[in-house]
Design a protein around this ligand. Sequence first.
Ligand code: AMP
Length: 213
Amino acid sequence: MKIVMLGAPGAGKGTQAKRIAEKYGIPHVSTGDIFRANIKNGTALGKEAKSYMDAGKLVPDDLTVRILLDRVSEPDCEKGYVLDGFPRTIPQAEVLDRELKKAGEKIDFAIDVEVPDENIIDRMGGRRGCPKCGASYHLKYIPPKKEGTCDVCGTELVLRDDDKPETVKKRLDVYHEQTQPLIDFYSGQGVLKKVDGTVDPEVVFSAITDILG
Ligand code: AMP
């Protein structure tokens, strides 16, 4: 099963993608996580990506597509995957489509997690992530058991640079301009499914599993 998660930054795609990956036994592939891992390890790719990410901009398509195609060609992706944060532009979706077609495959579901802009601003300020293991939390919606500390590995949680308020507005503008058109793209392929992302994450997940079966 190949799944694409759509929705604004902060809509909860990442949280849902992780749960889907766990339930259906497929890898969670997040281009944002791949970039962050590269930044942490000080790679050339990380250095290039960071300048765009910190400015709330998209990393250029050629670079992003290359790392995504590399990742999905690994053996654990053979039985499917859930893509989180990719594609983010029509050209990215087109390349993915073309590569899948070559292999006689396609995206089975594009799940749009719908959340209005007003809610997004409130949510992103509350997001916290673990810089060590990548677990994500929200002060209000998914609080860690112990304040400020990762449940999984005990590391101190941080607000991502790109979740800072000045960057959030820019990321929302970029989302509307470049990523929202993907809703029509996947709707045209007959694979688009919408879920209400404003409700409790458990309820969102149950709506998603109703769709995926
Ligand atoms: P995310 O964790 O998905 O919110 O991604 C964080 C940042 O990484 C984004 O704001 C972009 O700067 C960059 N990024 C992640 N995925 C992509 C993508 N598919 N295309 C371009 N930039 C991306």
